[in-house]
Design a binder for this molecule. Structure first.
Ligand code: GTP
Ligand code: MG
Length: 320
């Protein structure tokens, strides 16, 4: 099937067309360029929310409850569960399918899991393009859950309009939070499993830590801390409220456009670097690279000038 037909069908909200398009992204298909250029005019409307937090903290349960809350508000919702540690789609996310199953028959919800390990550029490269597919397919809110911890949390935060960081009592999260740098990335904090002992203490500790580095002015955003029992959908409306407030605050302060511009710039840079790296890789054993190396060896060229010539040669090649 040709790309423009697929895109037209995805825009009608046909799940199989959306699935095909995301598979093309995930598989770094040769048709990807055409997919992206066909999608481009239909993007830029979705509000992207990233959810991060330690394994088992309740991200999927919260995501599912958020889907319900947004559906009640009449929004079309996309869910992207990203697993940067796995090269296999679905595997680690089987449990999520169970947690999301109540939405399976809702045509206003699109759920997709995605594995990014082993892909050129990994998470940073594949996720924004999958988000773009969901955006063009008419999802007004896109919830991106990242499985796993560490660098991926920071990466996904860079791709969301609003980042939600989840914690739970008794997981030693307070200390971990500081370590992983998630105190810098949260726009909204959720202390989930508030039905367990220690939720208040976790919220207090978090509040204290957020206050420590504080140098906020009067109009600045102060990340709220919301307590939830996601398993019973308690506190989820408050999370939606906090998200709406953050969204409105970003629009008022021109933060939303600035964040999106930074994201787009990063994406262009990633794609350009990946392409350049691939081409330089192709040059191993190539005459031109050997000639430059000989120049450096013989002292007629310094390595910086040689590198400039290499890059210039690669780009000139494109224009020809
Ligand atoms: N007691 C309690 N349990 C909860 C709550 N929310 C989620 N759980 C349970 O915690 C477990 C993990 O929930 P998930 O939503 O899968 O957590 P996750 O963060 O998505 O986990 P990973 O994707 O594996 O990192 C499940 O057994 C949930 O039923 C809650 O508010 N209270
Ligand atoms: Mg999960």
């Amino acid at each position: 099937m040709d790309v423009s037909t697929l895109v037209a069908q995805a825009r009608e909200g046909r799940p199989r067309a959306v699935a095909r398009l995301i598979s093309l992204v995930e598989g770094a298909s040769p048709q990807l360029r055409e997919v992206m250029s066909t999608l481009a005019p239909h993007t830029g409307n979705a509000y992207v929310v990233g959810l991060t937090g330690s394994p088992g903290v309740g991200k999927s349960t919260t995501t599912s409850a958020l889907v319900t809350a947004y559906r009640k508000r009449g929004k079309r919702v996309g869910v992207l569960a990203v697993d940067p540690s796995s090269p296999f789609s679905g595997g680690a996310l089987l449990g999520d399918r169970v947690r999301m199953s109540e939405h399976a028959s809702d045509p206003g919800v699109y759920i997709r899991s995605m594995a990014t390990r082993g892909h050129l550029g990994g998470l940073a490269w594949a996720a924004p393009q999958a988000i773009r597919v969901l955006d063009a397919a008419g999802c007004e809110v896109i919830l991106v859950e990242t499985v796993g911890v560490g660098q991926s949390e920071v990466e996904i935060a860079a791709q969301a309009d609003t980042s939600v960081v989840l914690l739970a009592p008794g997981m030693g999260d307070g200390i971990q939070a500081a370590k992983a740098g998630i105190l810098e990335i949260g726009d909204v904090y959720v202390v989930n499993k508030a039905d367990r002992d220690g939720a208040d203490a976790t919220a207090r500790e978090l509040n204290h830590m957020l206050g420590l580095g504080e140098s906020r002015g009067p109009g600045d955003w102060r990340p709220p801390i919301v307590k939830t029992v996601a398993a019973r959908a308690e506190g989820v409306d408050e999370v939606v409220e906090a998200l709406e407030k953050h969204h409105a605050w970003m629009e008022e302060h021109d933060v939303l456009t600035a964040r999106r511009r930074r994201r787009a710039a990063q994406e262009v840079e990633n794609i350009a670097l990946t392409a350049l790296r691939a081409r330089i890789g192709d040059l191993h054993g190539d005459r031109r690279l050997d000639a430059l190396a000989d120049g450096v060896l013989g002292g007629t060229l310094d390595p910086y000038t040689a590198a400039d010539e290499l890059v210039a040669g690669l780009t000139a090649q494109d224009e020809a």
